[in-house]
Design a protein around this ligand. Structure first.
Ligand code: NAD
Length: 290
C-alpha cells in the first residue's frame, strides 16, 4: 500500500530537479499527479515516463489562467485535488547595489507571487474535496540572509510568512499548509553559469553531513507532508529543513547558548557573483503557526 494511494496532486516546476523527483515519488506512492512547468518538452517527457498516473500541463506560475487550467486538469483527469506542491522557483545572483529591478521582480514573481497564485487557485478545489495539503517550497534562505541573494531571500522569507497565514486561514477547512526549507540540493538551479568556479565541495564539506542534498531526499519529506501521516488538527505551519546545513540553535539567534553575543562575520561583497558568499546555517525547525 502506498502512502499516497488515491491522492491527486499538482506539482509546479515538475519538469526537472526537485519537482521531477517529487512527481516520481508521489506516483511511486500511489498518487496521480498533474505536473506543471514552463519547460514543456521536459515536462511532457517526465509525465510520459510515469504513464497514466501523470499528466503534464503548461503552467507558468505567474499566470492565474495557467493555474486555473492546472486545477481544472486535476478535476477532469483524476476527479479531484488533494495536494498542491508549490515547487517552481528561480534564483538570480546579484548584489542589492547593482541588481536590475527587472531581475529582482522576476524572482519575486516566480517564487513569491507564483506561490500565492497557486494557493489561490487550489483552495476552492481543496475545500470542495473536504480538505487536503499545501506544501510551499521555501529554502534555508527563508531563515537567513546570504549576500548576493536579496531577491531570492526576500521571496523565500515571503513564502515562509505566507505559509503561516495560509495555515491559519485554512486549518478549519481541514487544509494543512506547510513550508519546506531545503539546504543546498544538487539540481540545475545551482549549476548555472554564475556558479562557475564555486568550490561546492568546500561549501558542503563544512556541513555536518558533508555533501550536497539530493532531490529525492526532499521528495521524501514532500510525500510525508502530503500524506495522512501529517497531523491534521490543529493545522501546523511546520518548517522542516532538508539538506545538510550545519545545525545551530536558531538561525535567527544573535547570541550563543551561554548568552554571549555572536561575532558577526562581515561578508565581503564580491565584485562578481561568481563566488558564493559565506553560507550561514539553518537548522531543522518546527514552528507553531502564530
Ligand atoms: P530547478 O531549477 O531544477 O527546478 C525549478 C523548476 O521550476 C524548473 O523545472 C523550472 O523550469 C521551473 N520554473 C521556473 N520558472 C517557472 C515558472 N514561471 N512557472 C513554472 N515553472 C517554473 O531547481 P530545484 O532545485 O529543483 O528548485 C525547486 C525549488 O526548490 C525551488 O523553489 C527552489 O527555489 C527551491 N530550492 C532549491 C535549492 C537548491 O539548492 N537547489 C535549495 C533550496 C530551495
Amino acid at each position: 500500500m502506498g502512502k499516497l494511494d488515491g491522492k491527486v496532486a499538482i506539482i509546479s516546476g515538475a519538469a526537472r530537479g526537485q519537482g521531477e523527483a517529487e512527481a516520481r515519488a508521489f506516483v511511486a506512492e500511489g498518487a496521480r499527479v498533474v505536473l506543471g512547468d514552463v519547460l514543456d518538452a521536459e515536462g511532457e517527457r517526465v509525465a510520459a515516463s510515469l504513464g497514466d498516473a501523470a499528466t503534464y500541463v503548461h503552467l507558468d506560475v505567474t499566470q492565474p489562467a495557467d493555474w486555473e487550467r492546472a486545477v481544472k486538469t486535476a478535476g477532469s483527469e483524476y476527479g479531484k485535488l488533494d495536494v498542491l506542491i508549490n515547487n517552481a522557483g528561480i534564483l538570480r545572483l546579484g548584489f542589492i547595489e547593482s541588481q536590475p529591478l527587472e531581475e529582482y521582480l522576476a524572482v519575486v514573481n516566480v517564487n513569491q507571487v507564483g506561490c500565492f497564485l497557486g494557493m489561490q487557485a487550489a483552495i476552492p478545489a481543496l475545500k470542495a474535496n473536504g480538505g487536503g495539503s499545501i506544501v510551499n517550497t521555501s529554502s534555508t534562505s527563508g531563515f537567513i540572509g546570504v549576500a548576493g541573494l536579496a531577491a531570492y531571500t526576500a521571496s523565500k522569507f515571503a513564502v515562509r510568512g505566507m505559509t503561516k497565514v495560509a495555515a491559519i486561514e485554512l486549518g478549519h477547512h481541514n487544509i494543512r499548509v506547510n513550508s519546506v526549507h531545503p539546504g543546498g540540493i544538487d539540481t540545475a538551479m545551482v549549476a548555472q553559469d554564475e556558479f562557475e568556479g564555486v568550490d561546492s565541495d568546500a561549501i558542503y564539506g563544512a556541513q555536518p553531513i558533508p555533501r550536497v542534498g539530493r532531490p529525492e531526499e526532499v521528495a521524501k519529506l514532500m510525500v510525508f507532508l502530503a500524506s495522512d501521516d501529517t497531523p491534521t488538527a490543529p493545522a501546523p505551519s511546520s518548517c522542516a529543513t532538508a539538506g545538510s546545513w550545519r545545525a545551530r540553535r536558531s538561525p535567527d539567534s544573535t547570541t550563543t547558548d551561554d548568552g554571549t553575543p555572536r561575532r558577526q562575520r562581515p561578508v565581503e561583497p564580491s565584485t562578481s557573483c561568481r563566488r558564493i558568499p559565506k553560507v550561514s546555517a539553518g537548522s531543522s525547525h518546527i514552528e507553531p503557526t502564530a
